[in-house]
Write a protein that binds this ligand. Structure first.
Ligand SMILES: Cc1ncc(COP(=O)(O)O)c(C=O)c1O
Length: 429
């Protein structure tokens, strides 16, 4: 126990210090660091409910104290340390761009790849640094070698950018898209896996799985779907835009072949940062989206052939990783679920309110869908903003209707009380 405590203290100490040097206001940094140190011995579940601890995390952000942002599912604000890093690298780059960008700032790219691989739980040789999920997965969707008649299984509840990419391949290359259409929320993983299996035929070559459905926060059993697919020789593409750095897992846990995610969502990275994972033995056969000198190379870097880009954004990702490590993946996942549970439990007491999302931790995290009987999600969302200055998002997509509400690590219970009070008033009108 004593050793574990020392170890946790060391981890919290190292990551905590690294997260705050050298950009943030030193008084805030010191109090946050002390809060982390003081709490290193406590369990993640215990800390998840400790407002004093999370108050210090809130202070690391620069979010508006007036507009309540409950649309962290769209994109997350960055902690101040990440914002400062972007500005700092950008300022340096502007002193002599081609010198500082290529010869100085870019020197951090390989260490960054290793750092990303560390939190992703895979080899750095399986990690490509891209600008977002859309770019990461476009590499996969357009890079896979598919013939006319080959089938791809996907769902109506996948993200539009990915759906459109597959539809473009259907039009151009004659592949066949096989659609599943779920009626979420579903708290039965066997049922979900069975629907995928029922859609598989001898012609199925690929399955596209959105790990966490963005519309309502339903977590799909990606690993079980991957296992069922691999038994039939089907390749597995995972859209992890919303699950990475939200849930406490490593990419190989999902047993997928390809995965894309956005780092500006749950990692709180700079806007326009993402990651592509390609399993080592799959790299050679996947063509890069942007042409590379050796398109059939086994080097993951062939998916980064963008030309001139923002080196400041790329490099600042490292500061977001430090911040994430400082909080700790498990503590963060537990806190996010706790916040969702806190407001949904209260909202469910209000007549006419229902939640269009799973409520158990095995099937959901921070994202939940508010539904008020007889009210249009768009109208409810407008009322939330116009009258209460609460920013969320109205969803009307396939079988999913409601206002998507997504707190983040900086959201306090006080914020959620304010939100629930607004919901009660709207439901009464
Ligand atoms: C499930 C899912 N996939 C992909 C994306 C696209 O992410 P980005 O805009 O960062 O490319 C999103 C964005 O919200 C998403 O929710």
């Amino acid at each position: 126990m004593q050793d574990r405590r020392k170890f946790l203290n060391r981890i919290a100490g190292a990551a905590g210090l690294a997260a705050f040097s050298p950009y943030i206001n030193s008084v805030k940094a010191e109090s946050l660091f002390k809060a982390i140190e003081r709490n290193a011995h406590r369990s993640a579940s215990d800390i998840a409910t400790d407002e004093d601890f999370w108050y210090f995390i809130q202070q690391a952000f620069t979010v508006s104290p007036n507009i309540l942002n409950l649309n962290n599912g769209g994109v997350s604000p960055q902690p101040k340390v990440v914002q400062d890093a972007v500005e700092n690298y950008n300022r340096l780059s502007n002193e002599a761009p081609s010198y500082y960008m290529w010869r100085v700032v870019d020197m951090g790219k390989e260490p960054l790849r290793a750092k990303l691989a560390d939190i992703a739980g895979c080899s750095p040789e399986e990690v490509s640094i891209n600008r977002n999920t859309t770019e990461a997965l476009a590499n996969v969707i357009f890079g896979l070698r598919l013939k006319p008649g080959d089938e791809v299984v996907l769902t109506k509840q996948d993200y539009p950018n990915m759906i459109h990419a597959w539809q473009q391949r259907e039009k151009r290359d004659g592949i066949v898209l096989k659609w599943l259409n779920f009626d979420f929320p579903i708290e039965d993983n066997d049922f979900i896996v069975k629907q995928f299996e029922n859609a598989f035929t001898a012609k199925t070559k690929v399955v596209h799985v959105t790990h966490l459905i963005n519309w309502n926060g339903q977590l799909l059993p990606a690993k079980q779907i991957a296992q069922a697919s691999h038994r039939r020789g089907i390749e597995v593409v995972v859209d992890a835009a919303h699950s990475f750095a939200h849930f406490d897992y490593k990419i190989p846990d999902l047993e997928c072949d390809y995965l894309g995610t956005s780092l500006h969502k749950w990692l709180c990275g700079p806007f326009g940062s993402g990651l592509l994972y390609v399993k080592k033995d799959k790299i050679k056969n996947l063509y890069p989206l942007m042409s590379a000198g050796e398109p059939e190379s086994e080097d993951i870097r062939k998916f980064e052939n963008l030309g001139t880009r923002s080196f400041a954004i790329e490099e600042a990702i490292g500061h977001a990783i430090n911040f994430h490590l400082m909080i700790g993946a498990e503590r963060k996942a537990k806190r996010l679920f706790y916040l969702k549970k806190y407001w949904t439990d209260k909202a469910l007491q209000i007549p006419g309110v229902s939640i269009g999302s799973p409520l158990k931790p095995e099937f959901s995290g921070a994202i939940a869908l508010l539904q008020i009987a007889g009210k249009d999600p768009g109208e409810v969302n407008e009322m939330l903003f116009n009258k209460y200055k609460i920013h969320a998002v109205g969803i009307n997509w396939e079988n999913i209707h409601g206002v998507r509400v997504t707190p983040n690590v900086y959201t306090t219970l006080h914020d959620l009380d304010r939100f629930v009070a607004a919901v009660a008033e709207i439901a009464e009108t």
